[in-house]
Design a protein around this ligand. Sequence first.
Ligand code: ADE
Length: 227
Amino acid sequence: MFPGPLGTALAGRALARGTWTLDSVDIRDFAEGRHRSVDDTPAGGGPGMVLRADVVARAIDAVSVGPDGAADRRPRLLMSPRGRPLTQGWVRELAAGPGVILLCGRFEGVDERVVEGRELIEVSIGDYVLSGGEIAALAILDAVVRLLDGVMGKAESGSEESFEAGLLEYPHYTRPQVWEGRTIPEVLTSGDHGAIARWRRGMAEAITEARRPDLWAARVPPDRRRT
Ligand code: ADE
């Protein structure tokens, strides 16, 4: 599954250049015994299987090696629908940090004791259930890698994009001027940059208020924003 889609396009070129690196580890390599099982039935009964604490801990310990044998300062994130919701702010923090260790669960869950014992931070990419953590991990990596220095070109880099000001983005248009009877809003072809900026701001605010009342209520008004 890795790097999967992150081996292509901007992220893939940055990976090939060494702007970022990825080591994937198979938890099964840390299983013991004749069956090399990584999971077992849930204590207390119930459906599905649970990833074993001892196997997960060995895998985490094996990859937790800091530079020159120093402590590994990377946060250990466990992909989980009951985790803290991922936000662009958290993505920015991760991109500025020393890297991440991502643990992808499969099965019903992971033994709670290794979540506690290895200080795993549970992270969710949305209120729906994936069949495993790999796609969530790819989503997190994609969001983080695109913010690393030198990954995105000037054109793609976005201080105006969704979430950067606590707002969803304004609508975009390009040629042709008329398509199926629909025209580009006149202000965008007026050449009046002040008017364009005001129109975009107004649209971003209207769209955010209509679609995401949660973001709208939480947003910091421009005059109280930290720079
Ligand atoms: N694993 C399964 N569902 C998930 C989700 N929504 N977010 C993160 N990890 C998951």
